[in-house]
Every structure is written in C-alpha cells, then in structure tokens.
Ligand binder design. Structure first.
Ligand SMILES: NC(=O)c1ccc[n+]([C@@H]2O[C@H](COP(=O)([O-])OP(=O)(O)OC[C@H]3O[C@@H](n4cnc5c(N)ncnc54)[C@H](OP(=O)(O)O)[C@@H]3O)[C@@H](O)[C@H]2O)c1
Length: 312
C-alpha cells in the first residue's frame, strides 16, 4: 500500500511517500515515519484523514491499533494522511510528578526555614509555630505525597503523553500557588483561627482527602491494568450523585484546609482550582453523555449533577 504523508497545507512530509504492506496498522505507519525522520517518534505524531477545504467537519484521527485499510475508503492501494507534529512529549506520570513535587518541597521551606521572611523585611526572633501551622504542614504534605503516589500506583491513564510545554505551564501553576499559600500560612505575623474552627477544617479536609483517594480507586477499576477500557460510567459512592466526584472531593478538601488556615491566598487558590475543575467536569460530563446516551445496546447515562450537588 502506498501512503502519502502530507502537512495540513498539502506539502509532502515524507518525500516520495511510504510503501507498507496491505495489512499494516496505523502504529506501523507511525514507526515507518519515525524511521525516516528520527525526531518524529510515534507519540509526537498526529495523523488524520484529509478534510475537503470547504468542509467544517473535524478531521478523523487515525487510531494506532486500527489497520490502514479501514481508512482507505474502497481504494486499498493508496492512502493520504495528514501529519501534525505535536512537539516534544513527556509521559503523564512525568508531568504529574514534576507539578506535584514543587508544592511538596517548597511548602516545608517556609515552615522549617523562617529565615526566608528576612528576605521580605521581617525580623525573626524565635521560630515557634501555632498548632494550626503544624497541622497545615502535615495536611499539605500528605495531600501532595498522596497525589504522587496515586500518579504511580493508582491512575490508569489513557493518553500516553502530554506536550512538554505543559510541564512548564503546570509547574508554574502549582509551584507558584504552593509558595504563595505557604508564605501566608507560615508567616511570622500569622493569626490562627479558633481551636474549634481548626479542628472542623482539618477534620473535614482529611475526610475529603480519603474520599478523593476512594474516588480515584473507583476510576482505576474502570480500566484494565494496561489502561484499556476507554471511558465508562463511574458508579458507587459520590459518583451516584456527581459525574466527577474526584473533583468534588478535591474542592471540598481545599475548603476544609481554608476553614482551618483562613488565608486570602488559600481562598484564591480554591476559587481558581474550582473554576478549572468545573470546566473539566463539564467536558467529561458531555463526553460520557455523548458516549452513553441513547446509543443502542448501551446504558443510558444517568441524570447527575456535573460536579457540585447544590445541597453540599
Ligand atoms: N487543585 C487543582 O487545581 C487540581 C486540578 C485538577 C486535578 N486535581 C486533582 O488531581 C486529580 C487527577 O486529575 P485528573 O484531571 O487527571 O483527573 P481525571 O481526569 O478525572 O482522571 C483520573 C484518572 O481516572 C481516569 N478516568 C477519569 N474518568 C474516567 C472514566 N469515565 N472512565 C475511565 N477512566 C476514567 C483518567 O483517565 P484519562 O487518562 O483518560 O484522563 C485518569 O487516569 C483530580 O482527581 C484531583 O484530585 C487538582
């Protein structure tokens, strides 16, 4: 089979095209492209079918497990595919590891080394901490340690890689917010909340952290260990009420942390994180509805709130 590999503008990406056997898969085509152009390893390639210039349809993305013949439209002797370079890629585990490592390491710096406040013009005499600052440190570190552990031992990702640029974007988000919150919670002039408020906040926060782990275990069990299984309807626990119960518990865990620590920085992070997760929850909700609603032989997608049930 003759495969022409072109860019979106129609320029030939692989000079003279590629000759593959008739049973070749998309993965084999990607390998062949990689052999001809070393920098384009498979996860960097996005292959689609050409779309007529006046069409508003989205291009069909070639699935790596499918045979090329399935995309040939009757003529099995030639195929034209559109190539897009996705740029350098990193695995999702690498991305998550680096974005969570920052807050895990930076936060304790403000707790254990109050000398940093000297750089901001504060004179530090004794390094005593209020209970709330100590529990905030435990709660914070547990949260990010848990996330790293989940990344390696719980999540079953469907996407192999993410653009390298996302590492810089996500690290900026997590590392900056981590330092911003740590700065205020561990500040020498920090005023603690009442003992009761601290206990309610951390108690609620830890309950939500455990619930969040449980939600991630439910999601994990929707796929086989190799990450196959696509998207399923999560069921059980809070997933019977909301589509993205893991985001709901994440948001409420930060609310608990903020009730206990009470800083503007913490609430700013809560609002931004809730905004981001709500947006993603809507996308995931729509995807599941599209996959399961009214499709023959499939379960109808049950009515659910997207992320936050109003009574919570
Ligand atoms: N504080 C913040 O700003 C913030 C922001 C985002 C996330 N988080 C935290 O980080 C955690 C992970 O985030 P995330 O965005 O990666 O969560 P996510 O997309 O909900 O996914 C967690 C894992 O479950 C899989 N999954 C999700 N829905 C599924 C379904 N219907 N069927 C089968 N598998 C499914 C995902 O697969 P795929 O690989 O296919 O996606 C992924 O491997 C969140 O739960 C939250 O606790 C925090």
């Amino acid at each position: 089979m003759k495969v022409a590999v072109v860019s979106r503008s129609g320029r030939e990406v692989i000079k003279g095209g590629l000759e593959l056997n008739d049973k070749a898969t998309v993965a084999e085509l990607q390998e062949a492209i990689h052999e001809r152009t070393k920098k384009f390893y498979p996860s960097r390639q996005r292959l689609t079918l050409p779309v007529p210039p006046d069409s508003k349809d989205r291009p069909i993305i070639l699935y790596y497990k499918k045979s090329l013949k399935e995309y040939c439209d009757g003529n099995s002797s030639s195929l034209t595919v559109v190539f897009k370079d996705l740029g350098p890629q990193v695995s999702y585990r690498t991305l998550f590891f680096w974005e969570y490592l920052g807050p895990l390491l930076l936060y304790p710096v403000f707790y254990f080394f109050p000398v940093v406040y000297r750089f901001f013009g504060y004179s530090i005499n004794a390094s005593t901490h209020h209970d709330v600052q100590t529990y905030a440190l435990y709660s914070w570190c547990f949260h990010y340690f848990k996330r790293i552990m989940e990344t390696f031992f719980v999540h079953r990702f469907s996407h192999a890689t993410s653009p390298l640029s996302n590492v810089f974007r996500n690290c900026t988000y997590y590392w900056t917010f981590g330092s911003y919150i740590a700065y205020y919670v561990n500040h020498p002039l920090y005023t603690p909340v009442s003992d009761l408020q601290m206990k309610i906040g951390f108690g609620f926060g830890i309950l939500c952290q455990i619930s969040n782990l449980y939600c991630h275990i439910i999601l994990r069990n929707l796929r086989s260990p190799d990450g196959n299984g696509g998207y399923q309807i999560p069921r059980g626990f809070l997933f019977n009420i909301v589509t993205c119960a893991n985001y709901t518990t994440e948001i409420y865990q930060w609310l608990g942390f903020n009730i206990a620590t009470q800083t503007v920085a913490g609430y700013v992070f809560l609002v931004v994180a809730a905004f981001i997760m709500t947006d993603w929850a809507f996308t995931k909700h729509r995807r599941l509805k599209k996959l399961f609603d009214g499709k023959e032989g499939r379960t109808k997608y049950p009515r659910r709130w997207v992320i936050l049930p109003p009574f919570l």
